[in-house]
Write a protein that binds this ligand. Structure first.
Ligand code: SF4
Length: 431
């Protein structure tokens, strides 16, 4: 496929029958991080936003260890810790929160947007953060706008934090003037990847492309019936629903992982805006060629290898598509916390006829299936990786796939390397 657009690309993003793969639905014990984890990449993206978790010391520890905070750093996130006296009803948590927020905003004048992030403890004591945000907005807007969303671990998986955060922002997006059209790329992308896509899209003829979330939280993109939404992340179901509620239309497409995924994703956008496919073909030749060459050495290692995904990041289906279609891996089981067919349907149709799909988790049963299958590589959460490694099964932490730049042509080789590294390490150890 070196340097040539694949023939089925034109219009393929929405083509094909719905996947008829049977789905194993499990509703047992789960092993996942909570939605607070999303703060790690969201605060890096929105450089003038602050995330105040209203939670416990556990929440504070989770954030500090996930984000690797230096002791003298001035991070743009913190935890307002709910103390025993708040839990016992001996103090008014709303008054306490107002005091903490006032102190914070006085000390950190650069904050333009403040997110109050709910946690398990704040939800258990039914602390109404929507009301708190309303009250604080009355006091601090327009200098600082206050939003609230939930990052709690009750019924969530860790990428849902980004979804609830972005969905909370949607009502604040300005209206796109009637008669105007706009392409809106939705989902946090590292700046370097966003810049690559911006350049590529300008080359193929897009006059205006906006990204959500933006780098500066006050530069929110407009939305309206002329907006076409191209999702960059597959875990944004609530955000998509909120954007559709503002009139935007979704462009279904495989996600931009690897060469074929990125090309189909771009094609969905150019088709929707009736841009010439020849321009896209020419613009993509060089990056596709580079990306194909970067995949070659990884293909040699992954071809025929049996891979199993545990449900964790919600990236599982697009990544399984990439491993199977572009690197020749054999899929044993692809588990996902939630199966949003509207979002992952185009990738799902490319998974092949034999893969076992599972939605939700019953961790012990899934571990039993894994031990019986003994795959060559398991993609799973941190909590399961060490025990599986100890049993001689190589693993890849799924959270790394969210923290690393993995979208687009120029990151295709790095993405493949995330999967081959554990295999190389095993080989080097002679295991
Ligand atoms: Fe733990 Fe819940 Fe806090 Fe997440 S939000 S760190 S799951 S207590």
């Amino acid at each position: 496929m070196t340097g040539v657009l694949q023939p089925p690309i034109a219009g393929c993003a929405t083509a094909g029958a719905p996947s008829a793969l049977p789905v194993l639905r499990e509703r047992g014990q789960r092993e996942v991080f909570c939605g607070l984890t999303g703060i790690v990449w969201l605060h890096r993206k929105m450089q003038d936003a602050f995330f105040l978790v209203v939670g416990s010391r556990t929440c504070a520890h989770l954030l500090q260890s996930a984000a690797g905070v230096m002791i003298f750093a001035e991070p743009r996130f913190a935890t307002a810790i709910i103390e025993d006296k708040d839990l016992a009803g001996r103090s008014d948590p709303h008054e306490e929160l107002d005091r903490v927020v006032a102190q914070l905003l006085e000390r950190r004048g650069e904050i333009r947007t403040l997110f109050l992030v709910g946690s398990c403890p704040s939800e258990v004591i039914k602390l109404d953060l929507a009301r708190a945000a309303q009250r604080l907005n009355a006091r601090f807007a327009p200098a600082v706008r206050v939003f609230n969303y939930s990052g709690s671990g009750i019924e969530t998986t860790f990428t849902q934090g980004e979804d609830t955060c972005l969905a909370a922002l949607v009502p604040a997006l300005p209206a796109l003037p009637a008669g105007e059209t706009d392409l809106l790329v939705v989902g946090t992308l590292p700046d370097i990847v966003e810049d690559q896509f911006t350049r590529l899209m300008a080359t193929v003829g897009f006059e205006s492309v906006h990204f959500f979330p933006p780098r500066h939280s006050r530069e929110l993109p407009a939305v309206g019936p002329g907006t076409r939404v191209l999702l960059a992340q597959p875990f944004l179901a609530e955000t998509l629903k909120a954007l559709q509620g503002r009139g935007a239309r979704h462009l279904p497409a495989p996600f931009p992982f690897g060469v074929a995924g990125t090309t189909r994703w771009l094609t969905a956008a150019t088709d929707a805006f009736h841009l010439p496919s020849e321009l896209l073909r020419r613009a993509c030749l060089a990056p596709m060629d580079r990306a194909e060459r970067s995949l070659d050495r990884h293909r040699a290692l992954l071809e025929g290898r049996r891979v199993m995904f545990f449900p964790d990041s919600q990236l599982e289906i697009p990544l399984a598509r990439f491993l199977r279609e572009e690197l020749g891996a054999a899929l044993v089981e692809v588990g996902t916390p939630y199966l949003h067919r509207e979002l992952v349907g185009p990738d799902l149709r490319l998974l092949g006829p034999t893969v076992q799909l599972s939605e939700g988790q019953d961790v012990e049963r899934q571990l039993d299936r894994c031990r019986a299958e003994r795959p060559d590589l398991v993609v799973c959460g941190l909590g399961l990786a060490n025990p599986l490694e100890a049993e001689g099964i190589p693993t890849k932490w799924s959270i790394e796939l969210v923290f690393s730049p993995v979208h687009g042509y120029d990151q295709a080789g790095d993405l493949a390397e995330l999967f081959t590294r554990p295999l190389r390490r095993r080989a080097a150890l002679g295991a």
